[in-house]
Design a protein. Sequence first.
Length: 340
Amino acid sequence: MSDAASEPTIIARREGAAGTLLMNRPKTLNALDLAMIRGFQSALDAWGADPAVALFIVEGAGGKAFCAGGDVRRVREQAIAGDATAIEAFFAEEYAVNRGIATLQKPWVSLIDGVCMGGGIGLSVHGRPVVVTEAALLAMPETAIALFPDVGTSYVLPKLPGAIGTWLALTGARLRGGDAVAAGLASHYVPKARLPALREALLGGDAAVVERFAEAPPEASFAPHRGAIDRCFGQSSMPAILAALEAEGTDWAAEQVKILRRMSPTSLCVSLELLRRGAGATLDECLAMELALTRSVVNHHPDFREGVRSVLVDKDGAPRWQPATIEAVDPAAIAALFEG
């Protein structure tokens, strides 16, 4: 048996008529680093125009995750070191891969079984089909670490039904497989037990075989709250969203308020503004806007370093946000972050 430590972090193979890509950092839940991003780009470059490759299959190793997102711990270390060049390379090259997936003229089949968050969603949602199992767990948890929905999701999230995209972006709500299909982040629900047979069938080069394996997903767990999601998260400002939730007078709405109060106030306001702008922009415009935001938010705002420290480094769950409350956020400061 080969030593896992010596294996590449992206295992790219030609199998039948498919180009297969296995993310291979299971100990970090396949969190993306720059080498992995470059592996994806190489595969897109090599196979995108190769007539012998009919489709791509993307998976995560280890049985627990598709991809838990970008390696933001490393990005935080680079921010502390003042290495803006390395941070720029990471995000610019990651977003180029997202664009490459979106513009690919071949099926990009994501088999999501386990955790898929942040950058993992960027690797799946821009292609089709997106297959999820009952064990899939999708989320955009960026506001907890004072980042914002990136990887092109400022283009995708505003296009989800009603205000679902805003709800997901602000609260980091976690979606199981059936939820992800209902929300529009996945296209097909395939039980975990059928995934190996589906993968084997896909090697024949026809993505339409997914239909043979897919089943109707269970009802979305958020279905009872659809009206409240639209009423509350359709508001135009964070104070208005909080006020609408408080007016609902339900346990669910009260829980959303508690969740929002834990997030970075600056990140919430940035994310809401980003989605508002993204709703009327192209994917390329959204990616450019996100990249510009990474420069100001990651390099210059203290909340990003503090959020990653609290959630992923010290794991104390006690971030000290600046400013500390949504009410204290200056709209001019949010506008300045977008202006760079």
